[in-house]
Design a protein around this ligand. Sequence first.
Ligand code: 1HN
Length: 342
Amino acid sequence: MAVASRANSDYGRFMDEVKDMSLFPLWERVGGLKPGTACVPAHWSYGTVRPHLLRACELVTKKEASRRVLCLENPSLRGTTFVAPSLFAGLQIILPGEIAPSHRHTPSALRFIVEGEGAYTAVAGEKLPMKPGDFVVTPAWAWHDHGNLGDKPVVWLDGLDTPFARFFGAAFYEPYPEDTQPLNRPEGESVAVYGANLIPDEFHSDGHSTPVLIYTYERTRAALDSMARAGKSHPVHGYRLRYANPATGKHPFPTMAVTMQRLPAGFAGQTYRSTGSAVFCVHKGTGRATLGEETVALSAHDVFVAPPWVPYAFAADSELELFSYSDRAGQEALGYWREQVG
Ligand code: 1HN
């Protein structure tokens, strides 16, 4: 109908007039509703990024930078600092003796420890010593500061849901008046109290973030070992475990789902896609990821992103372990989540 009347000058005048009134006819819109975005797959080899993290240590002090983070910015999202439409990813380096001052913000954050020992994050009054492969939780609006008490640089992957907060116009930030927050909970408390399949009877979850603030690799590895002994490997994901909020059984964040998966040597996975954006970090091993049309070689600590509805598949040369976080929790809560195997 619209096409037939396009030649009609009345129609032309109508279009001009409504445009001037900030009105747009839906029937003239090009491209309707379909899954996926313009976001492209991307891969950062750790070997390539690491020297630049070390260079950044020479060029900027932690004081100047507050957080010495190289953002993994998707080439399709230049200027945003985002790795995917809904997610932030960055590699942070902290030198011995340095402190990243305390602050809090409405976006939820996670750390996945990549390299080095002796660093800690203090979250909501608890000091959390971090080792490679550990996954550390920073719930929305929790005070957090970091320090390195060891003698080597420590590197971790920062994952945040900042695009969600920005999208809703709800990105608040507040610095703590001092560099460090008071540590008023004993070390190990969150795991001791909430992480043993038993929850204090009086505990009431707000349903948002997990009360467990650190999921150590030691425990994750043991769980993967048990799963690999007991179960069959998934044709796409191999042996994959989802980090759970023990109070709800659901995801550790309102927005982000977090997993660790093990692909045995020789694993060749089927192709898969979902509406989720997912960021992966190689914990250990070697293999390949086919992301859309491209296949990239994977080795320890590489980071890559699978955008919404872009097909991907994994192959493992040696036993491959992949940590990952995605916006699945948010999409599930909103009823958007879809996936497809093959
Ligand atoms: C942040 O607070 C940290 O606390 C790291 O270490 C990366 C990226 C965007 C916004 C806040 C941190 C961040 C961040």
